[in-house]
Design a protein around this ligand. Structure first.
Ligand code: C5P
Length: 208
């Protein structure tokens, strides 16, 4: 089974206060860390989308950057992994979990997910409206794996509608998506301070 990966590094990092992809984490820029893990996990080819060495230009929205990456993937590649460079603590183990599930399962997409442990509230500004039942809620991560053909189709439908992940697009066209256990250390660098947390996690992992 041929499988390629797209690493997304074309975001403007609005919530962070500037682009994140070149930030240094343990001696490597964020985006390179993901590329190196995906390559060492045996992914055939890794395409980087973003203004980095060897990267291709991204688009205005995340889904546009994914579409730019998809355009570079030949039809013979059956599965594609989509990964946010903003999650530099991706591990080979997580890649293997996702890829193995894609290989043996029948679904169109496989995504890593975590149970939500915080109590969830529906709010309006700073007013609590009600408590949300968390038992059916999952927080999902990347890398996410999809059948390339179906992901291409999903990206052609309703191009004006945005989505925060590709699984959302597959769901909209009626594709099946299954979850596998995510990794609690696979955090997303979103706000200032997240990088420091990632640095502490790396040190902890090295000390083990
Ligand atoms: O902004 P968001 O948190 O959704 O970004 C997730 C990932 O998507 C980041 O790695 C970011 O670089 C990437 N992205 C992109 N092109 C965009 C917006 C986000 O590659 N236009």
């Amino acid at each position: 089974m041929k499988i390629w990966a797209i690493v997304l590094a074309a975001g403007s990092g609005q919530r962070y206060g500037g682009p994140k992809h070149e930030l240094d984490l343990g001696g490597l820029p964020l985006w390179k860390r993901s590329v190196s893990v995906l390559e060492s996990a045996g992914i055939d080819t890794v395409i980087v989308v973003g203004p980095v060495d060897g990267g291709i230009p991204g688009g205005a929205r995340r889904r546009d950057s994914v579409a730019a990456g998809l355009a570079k993937i030949p039809d013979s590649v059956e599965w594609v992994l989509i990964h946010d460079a903003a999650r530099p603590l991706i591990t080979r183990r997580l890649v293997a979990t996702v890829v193995d599930a894609a290989r043996i399962g029948n679904s169109d997409g496989v995504i890593p997910a975590l149970a939500v442990t915080d109590t969830l509230k529906l709010v309006d500004g700073d007013t609590v409206l009600k408590t949300v039942d968390r038992s059916q809620i999952a927080a999902v991560q990347t890398p996410q794996a999809f059948r390339t053909r179906l992901l291409r189709e999903a990206h052609l439908i309703d191009p004006e509608d945005d989505a925060t992940d590709d699984a959302g697009l597959i769901e909209r066209i009626g594709g099946t998506v299954t979850i596998v256990p995510g990794d609690r250390t696979n955090i997303k660098i979103t706000y200032e301070g997240d990088l420091e947390l990632a640095e502490r996690l790396i040190k902890g992992l090295q000390d083990e």
